[in-house]
Design a protein around this ligand. Structure first.
Ligand code: HAM
Length: 421
């Protein structure tokens, strides 16, 4: 049988890397808790309608990137391409839309999009995201952005830029489309083939086309020229408070995001170290989505950061492995008959919360010592014939290159003391 491999655009996260993942996840959990967010875990599969009814029929995620299949009951099911729609589905399903007050959720987990894989673009990738339901206040936007910037600093990301824009309310959308279409139809010939089609179907998408002529043609367009005065006020308050709080941001009048549910504030965190896929994270308000998905009218805002992209730009400091629980003690055996007792000794240590590996093979002591040093164990514990007769355990300190004998009755307490932080 030929060697089986992971699907393109998916990958294993091997033990050498998981410590880096755990480090970012732990930092995220700590920061989210500081802001009163609680974790939600939604299913990886949902009825496809959860996404088709929310992300927008023309959104690329829906038209090209969703993993869809029919389950045995004939339902069309999708692997979740993002977390917001699932969160809204859960929010409504639990009746939280009727309860009032604030709901603050965060999530960490895999998402699936059938994109052409390249650096920073995976078919299975992971997002760390947050959603807040129940506040229309511009200060909610500001607090969410503060949370995002605090996460970036806890993750030791430098060199990011926060791009900010407003997409107005639902009523403004037609005006924005018209503004963009009018300004660009004069230069239709300069646009790439895709954008010429977009001009009638979805002109906003032209603003984030990566083709140079399209970028040049759309230079100078500011979508906020077409938004209503209430939305303009909202933006003004967000910007004012961000400046007061010294949160660095850049107004980006071209930022439109790829999903239809956004209203008012939208933003992206850009990092030049990411190359072509330069968005480290993104989000915004979606004040109509809860109602659009069958709930009451509840305003909401959120963001998601791509974990793979985060790990690409994060400045690593110190030994990452050291932050995990790695074995400190190796229990060696002189002969195979001692293995059950070595397992017992290891269990006694684990009971005390000490990470330990025991020799389980019939092999020479030399090989065992090599394994102990490969694992980075500081201590090797064993009981040869002479130790057995004396009723002691031998403890080798690999760092200090010393050896001592510990009485049966106290070896555990002594090791615990030696390994105390
Ligand atoms: P998004 O901009 O589609 O937003 O994705 C957020 C982040 O996920 C991106 O900035 C990127 O870092 C990462 N990402 C997206 N696609 C891929 C991929 N194929 N491979 C690797 N990383 C990827 C959302 O998903 C919204 N749900 C965010 C949000 C939450 N808006 C409001 N609340």
């Amino acid at each position: 049988m030929p060697l089986l491999k992971a699907l393109g655009g998916t990958s294993d996260i091997l033990p050498e890397e998981t410590q880096r993942w755990i480090a970012i996840e732990e930092a995220a959990r700590r920061i989210f808790a500081l802001y009163g967010y609680r974790e939600i875990r939604t299913p990886l599969i949902e009825e496809a309608a959860v996404f088709t009814s929310s992300l927008g029929e023309a959104a690329e995620i829906v038209t090209k990137q969703m993993y869809l299949f029919e389950d045995r009951g004939g339902r069309t099911v999708a692997l979740r391409p993002e977390g917001t729609a699932s969160a809204v589905r859960a929010f409504n399903e639990q009746g939280l839309d009727k309860r009032g007050g604030l709901t603050r959720w965060y999530y960490l987990g895999p998402m699936f999009r059938a994109e052409r894989p390249q650096a920073g673009r995976r078919r299975q990738f992971h997002q760390i995201g947050a959603e807040v339901f129940g506040s229309a206040s511009p200060f909610q936007d500001v607090e969410l952005l503060l949370l995002l910037t605090r996460l970036l600093s806890a993750w030791k990301v430098e060199g990011w830029a926060l791009h900010l824009n407003s997409l107005g309310c639902r009523a403004d959308r037609a005006n924005i489309r018209q503004l963009v279409a009018e300004k660009l139809s004069l230069q239709c010939d300069r646009l790439c083939k895709d954008c010429q089609v977009r001009l009638t179907k979805n002109p906003l998408r032209i603003l984030d086309c990566k083709q140079k002529p399209c970028q040049e043609a759309s230079r100078g367009i500011d979508v906020t020229e077409a938004i209503c005065s209430a939305c303009r006020d909202h933006l003004k308050q967000v910007i004012g408070a961000l400046s007061d709080l010294q949160v660095p941001y850049e107004r980006d009048p071209h930022l439109v995001r790829g999903l239809d549910y956004y209203t008012r504030t939208c933003f992206e965190v850009i990092h030049s170290g990411l190359g072509a896929q330069d968005a480290l994270g993104g989000g915004g308000r979606y004040d109509d989505l809860v109602e659009q998905m069958g709930g009451s009218s509840v305003p909401a805002i959120g963001f998601a950061v791509g974990a793979e992209r985060l790990l690409m730009v994060r400045k690593e400091t110190g030994s990452v492995a050291a932050s995990g629980l790695t074995p400190n003690v190796f229990v060696a055996t002189v002969e195979a008959a001692d293995i059950p007792r070595a397992i017992h000794a290891a269990e006694c240590l684990r009971e005390k919360g000490i990470a330990v590996c025991a020799n389980l093979e019939d092999r020479p002591l030399k090989r065992q010592m090599e394994q102990a040093s490969k694992l980075g164990c500081r201590f090797v514990l064993m009981q040869g014939e002479s130790e057995k007769t004396k009723g002691v355990m031998a403890l080798k300190d690999m760092e200090a290159r010393t050896q001592q004998e510990l009485p049966q009755s106290t070896w555990l307490a002594t090791l615990e003391e030696l390994l105390a932080p």
